[in-house]
Design a binder for this molecule. Structure first.
Ligand code: 9MR
Length: 578
């Protein structure tokens, strides 16, 4: 295993904020400090210093040294760092270095929409396509979909719309719920956080068909998925009424590439689950309080749906999606829904103020258990309590001062742990996975930890949290063992070939690459697909990555991964100021 990782001088290939920490890594056999030189676009030296040898980096097995040019604050493009005969990829310094990332990471969701034409006048003709999965041959479509033959339900749902999950064209309520919640939180943060820009997410900020309707575009995008999530509820009068079907996807896996309009596999509803039901309850409850001002009728609908889902979950608290149900779509199995109960109760409480939901939060086994709420490797689709705790800590509600201090303390203690991990890591990312084991979607774990850190920074104003967020951004944008920017179109060495069936340029040059702003899942050292097994044998941790469309375990794109990218991009763009 000997990947081409380019220059041994590693930086954030997009850029750094003028008043933020600025660090990079040099990969070398040497253990002696060496000279580094920072040059501007004209090649004029603007700063210099000596590296700090760090020894062997646990995340990669590389022998590394670090350099720090935080003192350089002059805005400019085309900076480089040179060490010996090696020069880094170019980067910028400026207060607006993350403005494009903020836009594009969020724009991604429009391009992933199902059941609606993707307009070339909005996103460019290369990404335009007709509406998918609408009962137009050869589709059986999502707007009249019924249950898998093995578990017939006797009704059909109109579950058109929503976003495609990832490289496949399935739609999964647990994953849709957390991705939507993270977009809603990205918006909700701007209502209270110091220095946050509402306009940057406002009406006209995105290239979506709803722009100009008086509603912030990020809410328009979230609404597209919220409607789908609600449509997955079991109708009244049926067994398990109010529960949400776990997922909807193809009967068999389709080939790469497959356009949504060309999918000839039957679409099928899979049985309801408690986890999906609670994800719907949480996301819809959060949506209800944010849409109140813009569309009260929609807010009412969301709240009614959230309440009925929560009631159904209480009545059926242990209906689990089986791990074996992974033909034609992912399983998203999860046999512990304590966290989903906590999250849903928290959102319903923050939206309604009702004491029954408050009792459910305070009576949860997770209340007061910060280390379980904020796990070492980061929260995720299977571990959602953090989403509830972050909102309890930041959204005005009726908690007592003591209770608020408790949950805020959990956020800052988790942030302390993640900041310590970032400080220990040669590459500066706030991620020290359990057992040193880099998981499927590791980039989203890095970014979810950054969300916790950013929230702690908002709550306390402490620089160490802010700098650890910047460490996560530097890592994702190129300061990493692969010298890879994991976001398409950002940085000289950016990922271009994420696993997906629509924008599969690697397999068909007539198709586009994924649109700018698409995040790759990132290193996964378990080698969970044949391409990874073949190409990455012997890799260490953060080196277990390949920009190949077939490597779904290291290089897929997914809504629950772009959502924290979008959240964090919004935060760091706000740091740069208006
Ligand atoms: O993100 C999911 C990851 O945590 C799991 O380990 C993996 C295997 O079950 O599945 C990932 O989710 C995939 C889903 O099952 C189907 N759509 C694509 C998702 C991203 O790879």
């Amino acid at each position: 295993y000997d990947p081409d990782t380019g220059s041994p001088v590693r930086v954030n290939q997009v850029g750094y904020l003028p008043d933020g920490a600025k660090k990079g890594v040099y990969v070398t056999d040497s253990t002696e400090p060496v000279a580094w030189s920072l040059k501007d676009a004209r090649g004029t030296q603007r700063a210099s210093g000596r590296t700090t040898p760090l020894g062997v980096d646990a995340s990669s097995g590389q022998n590394v040294q670090s350099f720090d040019f935080s003192g350089v604050t002059a805005p400019g493009d085309g900076y480089t760092v040179t060490i010996g005969g090696d020069t880094s990829e170019p980067f910028a310094i400026g207060s607006d270095v993350y403005a494009e990332l903020r836009k594009d990471a969020l724009q991604y969701f429009y391009v992933e929409r199902s059941g609606i034409e993707i307009r070339g006048d909005l996103v460019g003709s290369a990404w335009a396509r007709p509406a998918g999965h609408l009962n137009v041959a050869p589709n059986t479509g999502d707007n009249g979909v019924t249950c898998v033959a093995a578990q017939p339900c006797g009704y059909t749902l109109n579950a058109a719309g929503g976003w495609y999950d990832a490289g496949d064209q399935g739609k999964y309520v647990v994953n849709g719920g957390i991705a939507t919640a993270q977009l809603l939180s990205e918006y909700e943060r701007t209502l209270t956080a110091p220095g946050a820009s509402k306009a940057a997410l406002g009406d006209g900020s995105l290239r979506v068909p709803e722009r100009g309707n008086g509603v912030p575009d990020i809410l328009d995008e979230a609404r597209w998925e919220l409607r789908f999530l609600m449509s997955m509820q079991v109708p009244q009068g049926q067994a398990l009424a109010g529960m949400a079907h776990h997922k909807l996807h193809d009967a068999q896996w389709t080939a790469l590439p497959t356009q949504p309009t060309a999918d000839d596999q039957p679409r099928e509803l899979h049985p309801p689950s408690t986890a999906a039901t609670l994800n719907l309850a949480a996301a819809a409850a959060q949506g209800a309080r944010l849409f109140r001002k813009y569309d009260p009728a929609f807010a009412d609908k969301l709240l009614a749906s959230a309440r009925s889902a929560y009631r159904a979950a209480v009545a059926h608290p242990a209906v689990y999606a089986p791990a074996s149900d992974s033909t034609g779509g992912g399983a998203y199995n999860d046999n512990n829904v304590t966290d989903e109960f906590y999250w849903a109760a928290a959102e319903l409480y923050l939206t309604t103020g009702e004491s029954s939901y408050r009792s459910a939060v305070l009576g949860s086994p997770l209340w007061g258990e910060g280390e379980d709420v904020f796990p070492q490797g980061g929260f995720s689709w299977g571990s959602t309590a953090a989403l509830g705790a972050l909102d309890l800590a930041t959204v005005r509600g009726g908690l007592t001062r003591t209770q608020l201090a408790e949950v805020r303390g959990e956020v800052t203690q988790a942030a302390d742990r993640y900041a310590a991990d970032a400080a220990d890591a040669a590459y500066g990312m706030p991620y020290a996975p359990e057992g040193g084991h880099w998981v499927w979607g590791s980039n989203s774990q890095v970014l979810n930890n950054a969300v916790v850190l950013a929230t702690a920074a908002d709550l306390t104003g402490r620089q160490k949290y802010r700098n650890a967020v910047l460490g996560a951004v530097d890592y994702v944008l190129g300061n990493n063992p692969m010298n890879q920017s994991y976001v398409t179109g950002f940085g000289e060495r950016s990922t271009q070939n994420q696993h997906n069936r629509i924008y599969a340029n690697q397999l068909d040059p007539d198709l586009a690459h994924p649109i700018a702003g698409s995040l790759a899942g990132g290193p996964d050292d378990s080698l969970e697909d044949p391409k990874a097994e073949q190409k990455l044998a012997g890799c260490v941790g953060a080196m277990c990555y390949i920009d190949d469309i077939e490597s779904y375990s290291t290089n897929e794109l997914a809504i629950n991964w772009n959502a924290p990218l979008s959240w964090v991009a919004s935060y760091v763009d706000d740091l740069g100021g208006a």
